[in-house]
Design a protein around this ligand. Structure first.
Ligand code: SIN
Length: 291
């Protein structure tokens, strides 16, 4: 099975939107990020040129949505493995038949739907995720959309003075807000993982603001209260509507996003309805900064 290496260059830089795709059609969703990919069956993407184009589209749009797919859990795993090794979440049990697949489930009788704050998957890990694939099995009649934010724009639209200051900072990412009682895991440093606030994307070589309100608790070498005002500004500014897109799910929709340069947020607006998603998460590398 061919695998696309994570450092493959893309054919063009984002913003120019000059890529030509031969294996599928591409329709941008919003100005900031996101595209719908059509005329492709994801169970039949073995050809290396097709995988390369999917990877190029991910680099160009950061979030790519495929409609009307029919994917059993193992097929989802097979697709994900083309793009890297898959993570087995230490806290959420995977499916019996495919442990790499994490079910994200809200039932009619649940008091709370699955949601969360804006985040990048596994940013608390010393090697945060490269990307995630989320497949809709069962969705509410309305609601349960997922929002995404472009973290290249979240950085590049800041003043040059603030960008320069952020380039010198690291931040602590941990699971404190997720669950204070989670068991310790060998991949978790006792005090969380420390990552550059401005990281470099290993493929596009562009800088990204890498903080999120779910997992980033403070700047390294600063207290939480010292860090809070600037972090609050960055969290709020990063998810301005101008920097986002919104995915409305249908059963059979698969969305592939790049966790290195996006944040996402599951809306909590479908009380009393069922929503079942299957997620796989691709392992990434240790975030670096521009030298
Ligand atoms: C996630 O936060 O990874 C899942 C998002 C969603 O269920 O929409």
């Amino acid at each position: 099975m061919p695998q696309i290496t994570t450092n493959d260059p893309i054919s063009s830089d984002r913003g120019t939107r000059l890529n030509n795709y031969n294996h599928f059609s591409v329709q941008p969703i919003c100005g900031a990020l996101g595209a719908e990919i059509s005329d492709i069956d994801l169970t039949n993407i073995e050809e290396e040129s097709c995988l390369r184009e999917i990877h190029d589209a991910l680099m160009e749009y950061q979030v790519i949505a495929f409609r009307d797919q029919r994917l059993a859990p193992q097929q989802l795993v097979d697709i994900g493995r083309h793009f890297g090794d898959l993570n087995i979440n230490p806290f959420v049990e995977g499916l019996e038949e495919a442990p790499e697949v994490m079910p994200i489930r809200s039932e009619e009788n649940h008091e709370k739907q699955f949601t969360g704050l804006w985040h990048s998957d596994l940013s608390w890990h010393k090697n945060p995720s490269l990307g995630s694939l989320l497949y809709a099995v069962d969705v509410p009649v309305s609601g349960g959309d997922t929002l995404f934010a472009n973290m290249y724009l979240a950085l590049s639209t800041l003043s040059s003075g603030l960008q320069e200051m952020l380039r010198g900072l690291d931040a602590v990412h941990c699971l404190d807000r997720f669950n204070a009682d989670l068991p310790r895991h060998e991949d978790l440093a006792p005090d969380g993982a420390i990552h550059p606030v401005v990281r470099i994307h290993p493929v596009t070589r562009k800088e990204i603001l890498f903080v999120n309100e779910y997992f980033t608790t403070r700047f390294d070498n600063m207290t939480e209260s010292e860090s809070a005002p600037l972090l609050k500004y960055l969290f709020e500014n990063s998810v301005r509507p101008d920097f986002t897109c919104r995915i409305k799910w249908q059963p059979g929709t698969l969305v592939f996003w790049d966790n290195r340069c996006t944040l996402h947020y599951a809306t909590n607006d479908y009380p009393g309805q069922r929503r079942l998603m299957h997620r796989i998460t691709i392992n990434g590398d240790s975030p670096g900064r521009l030298l």
